[in-house]
Design a protein around this ligand. Structure first.
Ligand code: ADP
Ligand code: ZN
Length: 617
């Protein structure tokens, strides 16, 4: 008898459901509507694919992204599941053919673009078949509050009402704000849905921020140590993409590029080269990545700081979809903040906005940028910072980010803080960061002279401290909100209530308030160095050279079959194979990620390699 567990094991090759999946699957099977809110990579598709295979009739999956549909259908076909997609990428003849096949009941799962739902041919089709479930992927597109409102999503409602029998409705999204959630339930008309929200934490991702001046050298150094791995390097402009791509290919790395300035054909080609691991390193703007489910991306490097943490976490989250350790590195420079500020103030995308609305949006964006910048300066756990931003609370030590793995010591900087804030006060809160730093440091710059800061009583009061240290302290005062920066083109420093309290407190004998700045003890240990606390290691394989052999074979086979390598088996699956050395059908089916159909297709070939290897041990 087939049930959700046998389907999970036999078709998908997995032993256990991930967090949230089981309850969503069970509720769906029992006929209850569901809403699943899970971060990218958590495994949403499985939640509707498993029930789809247990239902009598057909499941329609509504999805806005053509590339995603194609990917998922290819993946399902690889698993031996009959599935197809109906969207504008098909020719009229292909489309008609697919509809005919569907009417004959040849597909269990059909992916369809929302625009098609009310078309005559599609309406004809659904009269001829039984629809058991409608799964709405990227369900936030129905809400005007979401990042990506699509009016065509409103057609889903009309479509469902037009069906002779109401199917189960399953909605999925990664966007978790309250308004979006309420909109989905209300507009889609979900009946008493089971709502499941799973954590945003991705434990296998390692986070780190780098502030070295020479980003190029940093990147080359990283790639030198991480040859053979697949990764994405995000840049903020097309020009930077071009430059970085050129440098890396001159150095002989297998890179490709992606941005909106390339022709459709080149973008498609480059994306394929990346997915098929012909060129496993992608340099791209944020135009790249929507709907890309490449599970073996081992690193995502942001060569520039993005505009907000929403973008950052979404892009960084493309690493480690297979659950194996992966790295998310951000290369920060002050220039990135300036460019983002410029973009916020020159944003004219939405012509429909009233001036007040536009101002409100700018303020909101400015605040998001501020939080993104603080991420680069916090000395607390980076994961905790991100989770807190999304309204979750983790522990304050994750053990898998750069800050947690660096030993810090607290340094009392109350005195320095006092002088900095006092300079801001006595110069009547009119100057920006650099002028203030130069003044307390006692530098003799043109600005200092022009603003007559050299006549201020605090001028040179922190002469013995380096500018770098003073900048750290000032940043800390911003993060801890003793000072803030005004928005706009010429941000100036202002003092908050907390800052004023600090001044009075410090001036009183026996003042209590202390400002402790966390500073790294000596040098920061690099994550893979022997010193310092060890970072979580990749699940090691027992026989790495066998792993390499299997990987090479997978690559050749993938080229032959025209599917991306990770769709044959994931890295994790190959690692298990090269640890447990399965050479019988039974043993092979025990390996995570090997289901019946995959076994029949590829099992024999992989077992032969393993057998050959084992004989020579
Ligand atoms: P999402 O749509 O939530 O971004 P996907 O559905 O694309 O995520 O799943 C991400 C990856 O996780 C896929 O490679 C998928 O095969 C894998 N996956 C999903 N569920 C499981 C599971 N229960 N066990 C192991 N891997 C899983
Ligand atoms: Zn941490």
């Amino acid at each position: 008898m087939e049930n959700k567990d046998t389907i999970l094991k036999q078709v998908f090759g997995y032993d256990t459901f991930r967090e949230g999946q089981e309850i969503l699957v069970e509720s769906t099977i029992s006929g209850r509507d569901v809403l699943g809110i899970m971060p990218t990579g958590a495994g949403k598709s499985l939640c509707f694919q498993v029930p789809a295979l247990l239902f009598e009739g057909i499941t329609l999956v509504i999805s806005p992204l053509i590339s995603l549909m194609k990917d998922q259908v290819t993946a399902l076909n690889e698993l031996g599941v009959h599935a197809a997609f109906l969207n504008s990428s098909l020719t009229e003849r292909q489309y008609q053919k697919a509809v005919e096949n569907a009417a004959k009941g040849q597909y269990k799962i059909i992916y369809v673009a929302p625009e098609r739902l009310l078309s005559a041919s599609f309406q004809g089709l659904i009269r001829a078949v039984e629809i058991s479930m409608v799964a709405v992927d990227e369900a936030h597109c129905i809400s005007q509050w979401g990042q990506d409102f699509r009016p065509s999503y409103l057609k889903i409602v009309e479509f469902i009402e037009s069906l002779p029998r109401r199917p189960v409705i399953a909605a999925y999204t990664a966007t978790a704000t309250k308004q979006v959630k309420e909109d989905i339930i209300c507009i889609l008309g979900l009946h008493n849905p089971e709502v499941v929200v799973t954590g945003y934490d991705r434990k296998n991702l390692y986070f780190s921020v780098k502030k070295e001046k020479n980003k190029e050298a940093l990147l080359l150094e990283y790639l030198r140590k991480n040859k053979e791995k697949s990764g994405i390097i995000y840049c903020n402009t097309r020009k930077t993409v071009e430059e970085v791509e050129r440098t890396l290919s001159q150095e002989g790395y297998p890179v490709t590029r992606y941005h909106a300035g390339l022709s459709d054909a080149e973008r498609r080609q480059n994306q394929e080269d990346f997915i098929y691991d012909r060129k496993p390193v992608m340099v791209a703007t944020n135009a790249f990545g929507m709907g890309i489910d490449k599970s073996n991306v081992r690193f995502v490097i942001h060569y520039n700081m993005p505009k907000d943490l929403e973008s950052y976490y979404q892009e960084a989250g493309r690493a480690g979809r297979d659950g194996e350790p992966a790295e998310c590195l951000l290369y920060y420079s002050g220039q990135d903040v300036k460019i983002n500020e410029f973009l916020i103030h020159t944003q004219t995308d939405n012509q429909e906005l009233q001036p007040e609305q536009r101002e409100l949006i700018q303020e909101r964006d400015q605040e998001r940028l501020r939080k993104m910048t603080f991420y680069c300066f916090t000395n607390e756990c980076l994961r905790e910072y991100i989770l807190r931003y999304f309204g979750e609370y983790g522990g304050n030590y994750c053990g898998n980010c750069e800050n947690c793995l660096t030993e810090y010591e607290d340094m009392d900087v109350t005195e320095e803080a006092y002088h900095i804030i006092r300079l801001v006060l006595t110069s009547r809160e009119r100057y920006g960061i650099n002028a203030v730093l130069d003044a307390v440091h006692g530098s003799d710059t043109a600005k200092v002279r022009q603003f007559r800061l050299n006549q201020n009583s605090e001028y040179g009061s922190l002469r013995e401290r380096t500018i770098v240290r003073l900048r750290q302290i000032l940043n800390d005062l911003l993060v801890k909100e003793y000072l803030y920066l005004t928005p706009g083109d010429y941000p100036v420093l202002k003092i908050t209530d907390a800052g004023r309290r600090l001044l009075t407190d410090t001036e009183q004998p026996g003042g209590q308030e202390k400002i402790l700045l966390k500073l790294p003890k000596e040098q920061r240990p690099s994550p893979d160095s022997k010193t310092g606390k060890k970072k979580k290691k990749a699940v090691e394989t027992r026989y790495p050279d066998l792993f390499e052999q299997l990987r090479r074979y997978r690559y050749e086979r993938a080229q032959k079959e025209h599917v991306p390598p990770y769709l044959i088996f994931s890295d994790k699956t190959l690692k298990e194979m090269s640890t447990y050395l399965p050479v019988t059908e039974k043993d092979m089916l025990e390996i995570n990620g090997v289901g019946k159909v995959k076994y029949e297709k590829y099992g024999e070939a992989f077992m032969q390699i393993i057998q050959g290897y084992a004989e020579n041990l």
